[in-house]
Design a protein around this ligand. Sequence first.
Ligand code: SF4
Length: 335
Amino acid sequence: MKNKCLSVKDGGNKTPSNHKDNKVDCLFGPVPSRRLGLSLGIDLIPHKTCSFNCIYCECGATTNLTVSRREYVPVRGVTKELGAFLSKKPALDFITFAGSGEPTLHSRIGDIIAVIKDNYPQYKICVLTNGSLFHLKSVRDALMRADKVIPSLDAVSVAAFKKLNRPHSAVNLKRLIKGLEIFGRDYAGNYAVEVFIVPGINDTLDELAELKKALMKIKPSSVQLNSLVRPGTEASIAEASAGKLKKIAAFFAPLEVELAGAPAKKISPAFKDGVDDKIVSAVSRRPLTLIDLAAVTGLRVVELAKIADALRASGRVVLIKHGRKNFIKKAEKKI
Ligand code: SF4
């Protein structure tokens, strides 16, 4: 799942599983998403638990590579935290399941989706997933009530798949693609498959031709072409140029292709109070630029620069450079 991950580098401000008192800290944002507008994230998985270890992952390297489905955070805690947040009736474009790993590894994601749909039907739900568990009927069924489901498919050749996504040994690519096909046949919501392009790995003519064939069978509502815009796990990987992405989009015709754009500029009332903590929380999920933060908070870049300087001075965030942009990221905890 993508840059995909609206996610945390060190998981420091999340309490993944305090089953005793059902207290969790699984919400993040709202954050500006390039694809989803203003999105409230729900992170159901402890950092960094995933069935993949993608070279482009914004959340850092996978430390728990697994296909094991569990109730990683207690459902009751998640619904309690959600209820407290949504009772303020925040303006949101989506509530998005994403975060520190693969959300479908949570064995009760379907129950949480049902709680939101039953109690807060005004909110749209999106699930960002790597699709690795879509061969399981229980996983496909769990996502049926989401408004939008965005699985990934970056490669169809096993060699490119392994290079890019570095999956758990139990993940079978053919079975994964078949699962995406079956889900597309049964699901009535908006189904977008994301393809993350990494130059030199999955942008060859052969790979793209095979990918197109598979996508034609999966029949998504759209294909989202994405490339690296934030620092990924492996520093050496390059960003595909806008020109290259446009050419690939044309090659995928007649499939409908969306190119990832700039984040929606919206003001979040949720940022009015305790702005320092909220900025640290937002950048703990994924690195953000001052412009991203301006979109989330409604504050001016110049004001944010001052806050960011103070947060850097106190060691709560660090500045990292990626390409020509500077990103603010939560500082790693020192041991
Ligand atoms: S490693 Fe997991 S969380 Fe990160 S991009 Fe890949 S699928 Fe998403």
